[in-house]
Design a protein around this ligand. Structure first.
Ligand code: AMP
Length: 193
């Protein structure tokens, strides 16, 4: 992780799998930005910006925010100077059209992602974890909807990236430190290989 290689990772996985927690830890270790579209949207909401206002009703219902809002936001974020030496994407791409957009964007920027991490956690554990988080959109009805949206729109990305041999699955149903260790190992393997 400290060998001068650029680390660019995409974190996939259902809501509640621990993507945010692990992405944050790994990004700190690698000294690269953790880019979470969910965090960016929540921050925009807290500040009451037009983006935040437009996103609010979708987020409250557990639906995806329209691509038009997300794609502009990601183009801008990935072009910032701190994102030129690596990143970890968390919560983006969330559907096939976002993934196709990311491909084009990276091509334009002459960058490539290193690996797509699929964090696997069983459904019953996801619900328990989310209920324990206490986030505004973590009530039972929204959680159920977010899991459905994940299955319908985001899970197809597993095959999308597997077909390109870019996918690595990691068991996320273990103590936090063990998951972090597995991810660190994965990053080292990707960078060596
Ligand atoms: P997250 O923090 O990743 O669980 O995202 C929380 C909510 O933000 C989701 O339920 C969506 O409403 C919205 N969201 C986050 N990322 C995206 C994205 N890439 N595309 C569309 N909506 C998103």
């Amino acid at each position: 992780m400290d060998n001068g290689q650029v680390t660019r990772l995409i974190f996939l996985g259902p809501p509640g799998a621990g993507k945010g927690t692990q992405a944050k830890i790994l990004a700190n270790l690698c000294e690269i930005p953790h880019i979470s579209t969910g965090d960016i949207l929540r921050e925009a909401q807290a500040q009451g910006t037009p983006l935040g206002q437009k996103a609010q009703s979708y987020m409250e219902r557990g639906e995806l925010v329209p691509d038009a809002l997300i794609l502009d936001l990601m183009r801008e974020r990935l072009s910032q100077s701190d994102a030129q030496n690596g990143w970890i994407l968390d919560g983006f791409p969330r559907n096939v059209s976002q993934a196709a957009f990311l491909d084009e964007l990276l091509q334009d920027m002459k960058q490539e992602y290193g690996c797509v991490v699929n964090l696997e956690v069983p459904d019953e554990v996801l619900v328990t974890r989310m209920l324990g988080r206490g986030r505004q959109d973590d009530n039972e009805e929204t959680i159920r909807r977010r899991l459905e949206v994940y299955r319908q729109q985001t899970a197809p990305l597993i095959d999308f990236y597997r077909d390109r041999d870019s996918l690595a699955s990691v068991d996320g149903n273990r103590p936090l430190q063990q998951v972090t260790d597995a991810l660190k190992q994965l990053v080292e393997t990707v960078e060596d290989g």
